[in-house]
Every structure is written in structure tokens, then in C-alpha cells.
Design a binder for this molecule. Structure first.
Ligand SMILES: Cc1cc2nc3c(=O)[nH]c(=O)nc-3n(C[C@H](O)[C@H](O)[C@H](O)COP(=O)(O)OP(=O)(O)OC[C@H]3O[C@@H](n4cnc5c(N)ncnc54)[C@H](O)[C@@H]3O)c2cc1C
Length: 381
């Protein structure tokens, strides 16, 4: 349902691109199909690449097939086996029953660090994070007069929200948020809902959040239709198939990226990805807080952030990587997650090929291999 890749570019007047490789190839393929365009972020957080998510699904499958990846959908990892401190297999369940997959290197890209948790890797989670990010259900609306709706400045949209909530006629927990156009005429995507204080790894809490998120969507759409010019004849056509979780478990790795690293634009010898995105904090309450890397700076994500503490043969990538709450709030956008994914995949392949563990790999060899595959380890103008 999400339809805009952020963090390919740094924010600011002079945007620089900081993610290349497979992530950028995906963006280029979407553009080549006429199904993506670049647009400024509503909050000034850098140029985004807005795409049609239905086309993205097919692009991803095509790329995976071309690379001869064996894909198995509808399958959940449910357990792990460890031998002498090394992960050796994953147990998984699907409609065919239970199976065990042995592998010399295993990457946890589950968002919630499920595999790491099962392997006993230490992590931070909802219980240890008092200012945990809220969840949101994204929705799509059709039959919008986009020209008319665009004429209303964001501050006036938010003023309308405040007045609607104060009138008591609408229940709007977040009094800001945004909508943006898509590649399709009259169709827009809306980011407005907010469901705070949810432990997304607790199934009962997640179920309640899912139901609450869809209820909020109806309410925000009612507000848009009643109060916002251009939305009066609009129809709600889709809600995200699952509620969006910004933050759940964050693994403790050999290094933890910190707020200081982000705001000081720190670079690392073993960095495998770059990011210049602001710290975007969707805390509970009506607003969202943005803290920018000074001077449009860029920080590095060390390879050590992908190495879960205490277990061999394992890597982590994406939003469950090793970072503190604040650093995670900057590095969790999709382009950065794709860059981490490419690095973790490359490291796993190199480790298997050379009969090493991911931890014992030479980071400079990994960085060279990433560069050969068009990843960016220095920003380009
Ligand atoms: C509401 C919301 C809005 C956002 N907006 C944007 C935006 O506009 N632009 C942007 O760039 N970023 C945005 N983000 C951030 C970004 O979408 C995420 O941080 C990013 O997609 C995380 O990617 P990931 O691959 O780590 O995890 P995910 O995208 O969550 O992928 C994890 C995958 O693992 C699977 N999985 C989970 N557990 C298991 C298991 N046990 N076994 C097997 N499979 C499993 C899941 O089904 C899923 O397919 C937003 C996030 C949210 C929540």
C-alpha cells in the first residue's frame, strides 16, 4: 500500500542521492514503465519516488526470477536450531505443513526480528521503549479533484482538522498528516491515522490496532469528504492489507547506531549503506517531530549493525537492524532498508562462498563487492 520510497535522496536545497544498487534498479524499472515519478516530501524530508505498488509487486517478482531466486510465499518462520552458537536452520510453517530449511547463512528481514528473537539474540522492544513509534493504516481514495485539493495549503488543511476535532463531530487523534497524488488521475494516498502504544509482537494488541486503524480511516475519510475542497465526491478504495508497524523489536548487534551518529553525520570504515533522512518520530499525541541531519549531511550504517550479537551465521536487515530508537527513526525508510538488504544478501553470499561466518568477513571486501554492484558508498549530486 505504501507508494513512495524515501531516503534515496538527502533533504534540502541540493539533494544528493545516497542509495543505488538493487533499490535504485527497482526505482528505474518503475520509472521505465511510466509508473513512478519523483516528488518533494510533504515535510521537506527529501525527494521521494512515488510509484504504483501493483506494478512494484510484479517488478520485484520479475527481478527475483531473473536472479533465479527460489521464492516461497505464504510461509512463516516459526523456530530455529542452533549448534555451538551458530544458527543452522529455520523451521517454517505453511499450508503444506512444517518444514526445516538448513542454510550456512540466514538473514532476518522480518521487520519484527522474529528469527533473531527465536535465536535468543538480545533486542529492545515495546516494553523497553517508552516513546515507541505509533502504528498507522494507510488508505487510498479515488475520484478526488486533485487540482482543487492541491490549492489548499497544508497549514490550512491542518487548521480544518483542528476545527473539525474541536467541534466534537469528528474523532481525529492526529491533527496533521498528508495526502499525495499517485501515478493515476484522481487517486491519492493518505497518511493520517495514528494508533499509539501498541506492542506489534503481541497478537491481541495488534488485532485491536488493526480494527482501530480501519475505523480511523473511515473517520479521516469522512472528514476529508465533508471539509476539504476536492474530496467531496471521493470514494475510499483501499486500506493497507495489514496495519503499518514503524517500530517493534530492534536487535542488539555488534554496533548500535545512535542519535549522535545520525546528527553528527558520522562515517564508518565498515559502512555498507548511507542515509541522510531526518529522525521522524511518530510518537503518541497529535503531531510528528522531525530532527534533521545538519547541513544536509549523510551518515553511514556500519556492517556491524547487521550482525546480531552472540549468534554466528546470521545477519539482520531492514527496520529491525541494530539501532537506538532515534537512529532507527531516521534509518527505517524503504530505500535505506533496501540498501541494508543488498548488503546483508551480498555478505551472506560471500560468507558461504568463502566458507567464513558473516562476522569474520572482511568489510572492505564486502564494500568493494557492493560498489561493483552499483551500491552507493559516497553520495552523488
Ligand atoms: C505507516 C507507515 C508509513 C511509512 N511510510 C513510508 C514511506 O512513505 N516511505 C518510506 O520509504 N518508508 C515508509 N515507512 C517505513 C518503511 O515502510 C519500513 O520501515 C520498511 O518498509 C521496513 O522494511 P523491512 O523490509 O525491514 O520490513 P517489512 O517491510 O515489514 O517486511 C518484513 C517482511 O517479513 C515478513 N515476515 C515477518 N515475520 C515473518 C516470519 N516470522 N516469517 C516469515 N516472514 C515474516 C513480513 O510478512 C514482511 O513481508 C512507513 C512505515 C509505516 C509503518
Amino acid at each position: 500500500m505504501l507508494d513512495t520510497f524515501y531516503a534515496f535522496y538527502t533533504p534540502g536545497e541540493k539533494a544528493r542521492r545516497v542509495v543505488g544498487g538493487i533499490g535504485w534498479e527497482v526505482a528505474e524499472q518503475l520509472k521505465a514503465e511510466g509508473m513512478a515519478f519523483e516528488r518533494p516530501n510533504t515535510y521537506g524530508a527529501g525527494t521521494g519516488v512515488t510509484y504504483d505498488p501493483e506494478v512494484l509487486k510484479v517488478v520485484w517478482e520479475r527481478l527475483a526470477e531473473d536472479a533465479r531466486v527460489d521464492v516461497l510465499l505464504h510461509t512463516w518462520a516459526t523456530g530455529v536450531a542452533l549448534r555451538d552458537g551458530r544458527i543452522v536452520s529455520i523451521r517454517a510453517w505453511n499450508k503444506g505443513g512444517e518444514s526445516v530449511f538448513e542454510a550456512e547463512a540466514i538473514i532476518d528481514a522480518s521487520g519484527d526480528a522474529d528469527v533473531c528473537a527465536m535465536a535468543g539474540v538480545p533486542y529492545e522492544d515495546a516494553k523497553s521503549t517508552p516513546n515507541l513509534q505509533s502504528l498507522s493504516t494507510i488508505f487510498r481514495v479515488a475520484n478526488v479533484d486533485v487540482e482543487k485539493a492541491s490549492a489548499l495549503p497544508k497549514t490550512e488543511l491542518w487548521a480544518l482538522m483542528h476545527r473539525a476535532a474541536e467541534s466534537g463531530d469528528y474523532t481525529l487523534p492526529r491533527l496533521e498528516g498528508s495526502w499525495h497524488r499517485t501515478p493515476h488521475a484522481g487517486v491519492v494516498t493518505v497518511h493520517m491515522t495514528r494508533i499509539p502504544n501498541v506492542d506489534a509482537t503481541d497478537p491481541e494488541q495488534l488485532t485491536r490496532a488493526e480494527i482501530d486503524g480501519r475505523r480511523q480511516v473511515r473517520e479521516y475519510h469522512r472528514f476529508l469528504r465533508d471539509k476539504v475542497p476536492g474530496f467531496d465526491r471521493s470514494v475510499l478504495v483501499a486500506t493497507s492489507p495489514a496495519i503499518g508497524v514503524r517500530e517493534s523489536r530492534r536487535v542488539i548487534g555488534d554496533y548500535r547506531l545512535t542519535r549522535d551518529d545520525v546528527l553528527k553525520a558520522r562515517r564508518f570504515e565498515d559502512e555498507i549503506a548511507l542515509c541522510g533522512a531526518p529522525i521522524e518520530d511518530h510518537a503518541s499525541g497529535p503531531d510528528t517531530r522531525w530532527t534533521y541531519v545538519p547541513g544536509g549531511g549523510v551518515y553511514g550504517i556500519p556492517y556491524r549493525c547487521l550482525l546480531p550479537e552472540g549468534v554466528e551465521g546470521m545477519l539482520v536487515a531492514g527496520r529491525c537492524f541494530s539501532a537506538t530508537h532515534d537512529a532507527h527513526a531516521s534509518a527505517r525508510s524503504m530505500a535505506t532498508c533496501m540498501a541494508m538488504g543488498q548488503a546483508a544478501g551480498t555478505a551472506a553470499a560471500m560468507a558461504v562462498k568463502s566458507q567464513k561466518t558473516p562476522r569474520s568477513l572482511d568489510a572492505s571486501a564486502l564494500r568493494n563487492c557492493l560498489l561493483e554492484n552499483r551500491a552507493l558508498l559516497d553520495p552523488i549530486d
